[in-house]
Design a protein around this ligand. Structure first.
Ligand code: NAD
Length: 487
């Protein structure tokens, strides 16, 4: 072990940046702490504008060769990255769990295999990316996806490697080079990804990773004139800041932001299914952008729904995320817990009633909470809490359900529980949401467009939409042979 390595359950993680195919240390560091027990995991290089510039320069230098690399070769290397991820699923899972507190069993069986799938999917999609040529008065139109250039990718802590690779994989597949800035609360798996990518043969400078606080390194990345794309997942205030910073160079942006999504439960729904869907919203301790945190229930079934919900929620196991039996781990940070508690206390002061929870647990845990008697215009209904806190409101008509569902500044997702397919179609059409789930939740396919409306984001990624974002689209019009002769 060197002074630049920490270990998590025996897994060595380099604590420096990864720039131009080399490890680079900063003069300063920041401390990485596990939310499980507050233990210090190590000191991480604390990036500044100097390292941001270095990383963008490396990405710029590597861009021409990577952009000129054949699709087949890019796809081959991305599959090799996926192989590397699959070989290290156990390492990645334990490191991620220790760093962000989400469940080990889901990292092992769900999340990390999907990280590998992110690379495979976009490698395969690249190979079939095509648009049929078409004719205009005998001239042929040919559409091509030209790699746009160095891309800055900035990601949050709630699903660190999953969300990072959702961006890294399509950006690299498109032929762009990347500077990834993971969240400062969860820097570790990105560093392992650098090792995996290097081993897979990704050329130096194609993927660069800089660590540090967004407030210290962010502007230098997002205002850099050599950066041609910025893809950001995180909070609305940071997105606003990044948008201003990117304006200097008119750098195209993709923004995946917060939500306050509704779960609409109609009286004709399978009530057990609806209750399961509602309880599922506590997953990852409520730290899920897509979570349907506003439960809207038709009045005639509200009492029965609430009774069954409380019964089901009572058996949720909160505890160490490394234990197989645990359903919900800790929240990420003391600051986040204070924020959650503040939301709940102010809601209760304003007249809300806690059906369950409503208080902190031991350490970094917050009791799963359901609040009723909440006003539509209240803070707890309008603002994203990002913790295990749900609200319950009732409605009497379909119109009222739609009105309540749409009445926030967000538009990320919506979930419906109904036994009536016609109703599902009617309501879906009226909802403002990037994704609507009918009688299900969290079914995600990388082919689908993903993103939010209003303050939940700008743009869509997934399938061809990702390539549209990461590329400059070009249409080439070629005249037919001898066109001059034909006038
Ligand atoms: P955040 O905005 O505080 O931080 C996100 C990232 O931005 C971090 O890497 C941070 O270092 C960086 N950052 C901070 N200031 C910056 C600046 N001035 N310039 C550039 N980068 C900067 O968000 P968070 O608390 O880490 O994440 C939680 C938020 O993310 C929630 O609102 C959640 O809903 C949202 N989220 C959205 C999605 C989605 O796909 N829509 C997915 C997950 C999380």
């Amino acid at each position: 072990m060197t002074e630049h390595t920490l270990t998590v359950a025996g897994v060595a993680v380099d604590t420096r940046h990864w720039i131009g195919g080399e490890r680079v240390a900063s003069a300063e560091t920041f401390t990485d702490v596990s939310p499980i027990d507050g233990s210090v995991l190590g000191e991480i290089s604390r990036g500044t504008a100097a390292e941001a510039d270095l990383a963008v320069a490396a990405a710029k230098a590597a861009f021409p060769a990577w952009a000129a690399t054949s699709r087949a070769e890019r796809a081959r290397i991305l599959h090799a990255v996926a192989d590397g991820v699959e070989k290290r699923i156990e390492d990645l899972a334990i490191v991620e769990t220790t760093d962000n507190g989400a469940l080990l069993r889901s990292h092992r069986r769900g999340v990390m295999p999907r990280v590998a799938h992110n690379f495979r999917f976009f490698a395969d999609w690249l190979l079939k990316l095509d648009h049929e040529d078409f004719e205009t008065r005998g001239h042929t139109n040919h559409v091509s996806w030209d790699p746009a250039g160095p891309s800055v990718l900035i990601t949050p802590w709630n699903a660190p490697l999953m969300l990072s690779t959702w961006k890294v994989a399509p950006a690299l597949a498109a032929g762009n080079t990347v500077v990834l800035k993971p969240a400062e609360w969860t820097p570790l798996t990105a560093s392992l990804l650098a090792d995996i990518a290097a081993e897979a043969g990704l050329p130096a400078g194609v993927l660069n990773i800089v660590q540090g606080y967004g407030s210290e390194i962010g502007d230098a990345l997002t205002s850099h004139p050599d950066v041609r794309r910025i893809s950001f997942t995180g909070s609305v205030p940071t997105a606003q800041r990044i948008t201003q910073s990117a304006a200097a160079n008119l750098t195209p942006l993709s923004l995946e932001l917060g939500g306050k999504s509704p779960l609409l439960v109609f009286a004709d729904a399978d009530l057990d299914l609806a209750v399961d869907l509602a309880v599922e919203q506590y997953d990852n301790a409520g730290q899920v952008c897509l979570a349907a945190t506003r439960i809207l229930v038709e009045k005639t079934v509200a009492e029965e729904f609430t009774r069954r919900f409380a019964e089901k929620a009572a058996v949720i196991v909160q505890g160490d995320p490394r234990d197989e039996a645990t359903d919900i781990g800790p929240n990420i940070h003391e600051r986040q817990l204070e924020k959650i508690d503040g939301f709940v206390r102010r809601a209760v002061e304003a007249g809300a009633r806690a059906v369950i929870g409503g208080h902190r647990g031991e350490g970094r845990y917050y009791a799963p909470t359901l609040l009723t008697d909440v006003a539509q215009d209240s803070e707890i209904v309008q603002e994203e809490v990002f913790g295990p806190v749900l609200t319950l409101q009732t409605f009497t008509t379909e119109d009222e359900a739609v009105r309540l569902a749409n009445d926030t500044r967000f538009g990320l997702a919506a979930t419906l529980a109904t036994g009536d397919r016609d109703r599902a179609a009617r309501v879906t059409q009226r909802l403002v949401a990037g994704t609507v789930w009918v009688n299900c939740f969290f079914v995600r396919d990388l082919q689908a467009p993903f993103g939010g409306s209003r303050h939940s984001g700008v743009g869509r990624e997934g399938g061809t939409w990702s390539f549209d974002f990461y590329c400059d689209l070009k249409n080439t019009v070629t005249a037919p042979k001898g066109w001059k002769d034909h006038g």
